[in-house]
Design a protein around this ligand. Structure first.
Ligand code: 5GP
Ligand code: ZN
Length: 114
């Protein structure tokens, strides 16, 4: 099993509820949802955070964001809106060092975030 949790989810050695899968990107439900829709979108390739992914493979970052939007539309959030968050680093609350976009929606989201 890969040491990285999200690499393990990408290769299906750790189960997750998948909502979208392409050859390069995977979307799955967060195990501890913070909103009615809370989906994580990851590249299958391991990169530690969004800055590293942007530097290494901007095209793949583009795919992650495009698929995040597809997830939101599929969840019925295309009109009412949704939030895409890349927590980056410990002070932002990043706990899994494999880049992931949180797609959040289905309720009014407060601003600024806590
Ligand atoms: P971060 O805190 O790094 O921005 O986000 C990590 C997210 O991964 C958290 O929202 C957390 O609930 C979620 N998570 C942690 N472990 C698992 C797991 O085993 N399966 C799934 N589906 N989500 C997980
Ligand atoms: Zn990984």
């Amino acid at each position: 099993m890969p040491e990285c949790l999200f690499c393990a989810i990408a290769d299906e050695t750790v189960p997750a509820t998948q909502v979208l899968a392409t050859d390069r990107v995977l979307a799955f439900c967060d195990i501890d949802p913070q909103a009615p829709t809370h989906v994580l979108v990851i590249p299958r390739e391991h990169h530690p955070d969004v800055a590293a992914l942007a530097a290494a493979n901007a095209g793949l970052l583009h795919e992650v964001i495009t698929q995040a939007h597809h997830v939101a539309v599929a969840e019925g959030l295309g009109e009412e809106g949704y939030r895409v968050v890349f927590n980056t680093g410990p002070q932002a609350g990043q706990t899994v060092p494999h880049v992931h976009a949180h797609v959040l929606g289905g309720r009014a989201l407060t601003w600024p975030p806590g």
